[in-house]
Design a protein around this ligand. Structure first.
Ligand code: 3PY
Ligand code: MG
Length: 260
């Protein structure tokens, strides 16, 4: 018996390891139809956003089901890196976790421990949850395979930059994700993601992560921005947002119709 998201996790890992890297949108809609459609569009992952989206855990499981139908990896951004969010997201079938606002190596270690079953970590142990096929999968297989899920931590503040060397050394960190918007805010230039201070800070993070061989992710507003990150060696790009993609497409249609 296969765990619901693990084939897609393997494809997601392969995409990150490819020259092209992995691309997927942040999603704040609560309708599984959009998640399913995004999967059919061919994204490498969908990023279900519990930090800035209005979603509930009751609905998250249905969004993850839709990702499973389309065969796309469900990455869940939890609101914060506390064990209860980590447990609940993984239990309903998240293939990967994106954890915001990691500032210290201690926080990084705590999240990674919460995401892994013993003996690797301290994840709360239950074999009757959705990710374990509600008990249909033998626990002996489930606990080992569940540790293959991906942990992505966000560095997006001055404190994280100050502690970057120690954070990058934490075992079990799969990807370090740069959050340009929170970084711009922390550096005193809120929203100015192209400000020279912000650009220089991101460049510094890229150089340090590359030197230590840690895989990087970053947010982009556009596909062009995503390609820029890809050219700089970034392997995981979360770009724009489902509702904004819809808004842009709708606006373009309205303008095309008005201009005859
Ligand atoms: C940021 O830019 O702060 C992010 O968290 C991107 O998702
Ligand atoms: Mg952020």
């Amino acid at each position: 018996m296969k765990m619901p998201s693990m084939d897609a996790v393997a494809r997601f890992k392969a995409a990150m390891d490819s020259d092209q890297g992995a691309l997927g949108p942040f999603m704040i809609t609560s309708d599984p139809a959009y998640v399913e459609a995004a999967g059919y569009a061919g994204y490498d992952f969908v990023l279900l956003d519990m930090e800035h989206g209005p979603g509930t855990f009751a609905n998250l499981q249905n969004l993850i089901r839709a990702a499973n139908v389309a065969g796309v990896c469900p990455v869940v951004r939890v609101p914060r890196g506390t064990d209860i969010w980590v447990d609940r997201a993984l239990d309903v079938g998240a293939g990967a976790l994106l954890v915001p606002q990691i500032d210290t190596a201690e926080q990084a270690r705590a999240v990674i421990s919460a995401a892994k079953f013993a003996p690797v970590g301290t994840r709360g142990t239950n074999r009757f949850v959705r990710s374990a096929c509600y008990g249909a999968k033998p626990g002996s297989e489930y606990f080992a395979q569940a540790n293959e899920t991906v942990v992505i931590l966000q560095a997006e503040g001055k404190k994280a930059v100050d502690n970057l060397d120690e954070i990058l050394d934490v075992p079990g960190l799969d990807v370090l994700f740069i959050g340009p918007y929170d970084l711009s805010s922390s550096l005193g230039h809120v929203g100015e993601v192209d400000h020279p201070d912000v650009v220089a800070c991101i460049q510094g993070i890229i150089e340090k992560a590359n030197a230590k061989g840690v895989k990087l992710g970053c947010f982009a507003d556009t596909v062009e921005g995503a390609k820029k990150w890809r050219d700089m060696g970034i392997k995981f790009v979360g770009y724009t947002c489902d509702t904004y993609l819809f808004y842009q497409a709708a606006k373009a249609d309205v303008e095309a119709f008005a201009n005859k």
